[in-house]
Design a protein around this ligand. Structure first.
Ligand code: NAP
Length: 543
């Protein structure tokens, strides 16, 4: 679909935008609307971000399509028709393509170009941004729209380089697709990407072996085409739906309740979980208000899913192996079509790595404690160095030459997930410490871009050269993010939310829980003239 070429570079601009996914594209649009010049960079050969890279079979968004869309232009809302409740990766990519064309956004980006470094020059208050193509661009602001899940994690399993067949990572899937017909395929991992792709790969492969380290909770998607009436209703009520989403903890408009499982009768509890199961999707976590707060309530939600697994999987021993034991929601809940039932197929085998761990990968396949599993191809559905991985790969130097990755040596630190102390005029879209991955990303992205665009207008109107969080504000925010997370069950198990999926990564809960209070705080900071940020007038900065 790409008609992208490398646009001529601008040597000096107001804003450098890194990444041409949903965040970067809207940032470019918004900056242009404000009269700012933009140079964007994107390492892929076209727009799309997450949806450019994650082309594995079955890739879909787990937020309903009509809400997982831009809200900034009512005309765009009215002209685009989403076909299904949960959009496929190709449909989302064609939506992004439509947006890029409609607003002529590709011209702002250099594609197949990765930003490798950015240095803040204190004398001029400018960022000097470098790329792997040898470019150097000077900018007043740098906006990192690098995505939360964009650096793949390929586990360092002994012998992995000796495998004679192809190894595919779900997050870097070949554009041309993969045909598994007649092949013995091994899948490592049972997170969202695996759970979406396993049922489809099983239909194609000669044999599929799933290497499971931790079983996961998955709720049926009950995906289906939207009816004409639903599309019409949504389009007629878009403003209200968008406004409702902003009032919900996870920033999508859905059923919510004050009812608590711990104060409900067994009949009420069963009926509520069954309703949520029948409705499908992530709304399962909204069944009761205390599910992510009280272990006893959470266990009820977990027991219900375990019971469903028992009913869906024919072999009781296999069903047991597929039953998770951790808190529901501490690892992101999965949404599937036919996942558990796929294990009833004759050509699918589960290897429980808790019983028989992987010892090595050889030329022939995967060797576990129980012996060799021969494979013609391996799919690594092993996730991402989330939240900080991509930013840390860029050599970013702020005041006094301090490296951002050193500033984050003990875990990511940022004020509001938007800015970092000592790194003036650098903004992150859905950065660590913002609600980001716990929410409908489209809402969080647009909220951040709008906030950043307003901030830049404010600074320019007042001849302000630099904006940067104070150390005190950053410290207080980092503390608050952790304290709020600790009132919930989110940090109760190892997950990519806490960084524990990456060896040696500091364990910090990376997201702010609760969109509405967060948005209120951001509005308050803005209303108070960027409270918690230090603003330096141009006259002083030049001294
Ligand atoms: P993930 O949730 O991090 O899952 C990675 C899986 O690989 C886990 O089961 C993990 O096991 C396993 N694993 C990692 N290293 C391993 C090793 N050395 N040996 C064996 N197993 C290993 O990654 P993901 O599935 O790509 O999903 C990441 C996030 O992307 C999701 O949580 C979601 O936010 C997003 N996503 C969304 C959708 C959607 O919208 N529907 C789809 C896909 C992804 P452990 O649990 O034991 O570590």
């Amino acid at each position: 679909m790409s008609d992208a070429t490398r646009a001529p570079l601008r040597e000096e601009v107001d804003v450098v935008v890194v990444g041409a996914g949903f965040g970067g594209l809207y940032m470019a649009y918004k900056a242009r609307e404000k009269g700012l010049s933009v140079q964007g960079f994107e390492r892929g050969d076209d727009v799309g971000g997450t949806w450019y890279w994650n082309r594995y079979p079955g890739a879909r968004c787990d937020i309903e399509s009509m809400q997982y869309s831009y809200a900034f232009d009512p005309e765009l809302e009215q002209e685009w028709d989403w076909s299904e409740r949960y959009a496929t990766q190709p449909e989302i990519l064609s939506y992004i393509d439509h947006v890029a064309k409609r607003y002529d956004l590709r011209r702002h980006f250099a594609f197949e170009t990765a930003v490798t470094g950015a240095t803040f020059d204190e004398a001029t208050s400018r960022w000097r941004v470098r790329t792997d193509k040898g470019d150097e661009v000077i900018a007043r602001y740098i906006v990192l729209a690098t995505g939360c899940l964009s650096t793949t994690n390929l586990p360092a399993i002994k012998g992995i380089e000796s495998f004679k067949g192809p190894i595919y990572h779900t997050g870097a899937w070949p554009k041309e697709g993969v045909d598994f017909t007649g092949l013995r395929v091994g899948v490592i991992g049972t997170g969202s990407s695996a759970i979406q792709s396993i049922p489809l790969m099983a239909e194609q492969a000669k044999h599929l072996t799933v290497f499971q380290r931790t079983p996961n909770y998955s709720i049926p998607a009950h995906n289906r085409p939207w009816t004409e009436e639903e599309r019409r209703d949504t389009k007629a009520n878009y403003r209200q739906i968008r406004a409702n989403a902003m009032t919900k903890p996870f920033a999508f408009d859905s059923f919510s309740t004050d009812a608590e499982a711990t104060k409900s009768t067994p009949q009420e509890i069963r009926a509520a979980f069954q309703r949520a199961w029948d409705d499908g999707g992530l709304g399962y976590m909204n069944t009761f208000a205390d599910l992510l707060l009280v272990p006893e309530a959470n266990k009820m939600a977990a027991d219900f899913v375990r019971e469903k697994i028992e009913g869906l999987v024919d072999d009781p021993d296999l069903a047991k192996k597929l039953m998770p034991s951790h808190t529901v929601g501490c690892k992101r809940l999965c949404v599937d079509t036919n996942y558990y039932a796929t294990f009833n197929r004759d050509n699918v085998t589960l290897v429980d790595l808790r019983e028989t761990p992987i010892e090595e990968i050889t030329a022939e396949g995967v060797r576990t404690a129980a012996g060799l599993v021969p494979c013609d191809a391996i799919v690594s559905a092993t996730g991402f160095d989330a939240m900080t991985g991509t930013i840390n790969r860029i050599d970013i130097k702020g005041r006094g030459g301090e490296r951002l990755r050193d500033h984050w040596a003990d875990g990511a630190r940022a004020y509001l997930g938007l800015g970092v102390a000592g790194f003036p005029n650098l903004f992150m879209i859905t950065g660590p410490g913002s609600p980001s991955v716990l929410t409908n990303m489209l809402v969080s992205i647009q909220h951040h871009v709008d906030w950043i665009a307003n901030a830049v207008s404010y600074l320019d109107d007042r001849q302000i050269a630099n904006i940067e969080p104070t150390t005190e504000a950053e410290n207080a925010w980092v503390k608050e993010v952790q304290e709020i997370a600790d009132t919930t069950l989110f940090p109760s198990c190892g997950s990519w939310y806490t960084g524990s999926n990456i060896e040696g990564k500091p364990k910090v809960f990376a997201a702010y829980v609760g969109f509405p209070p967060y948005a209120e705080k951001c509005a308050d900071v803005e209303a108070k003239g960027y409270d918690g940020f230090r603003l330096t007038p141009r006259t002083q900065a030049a001294e």
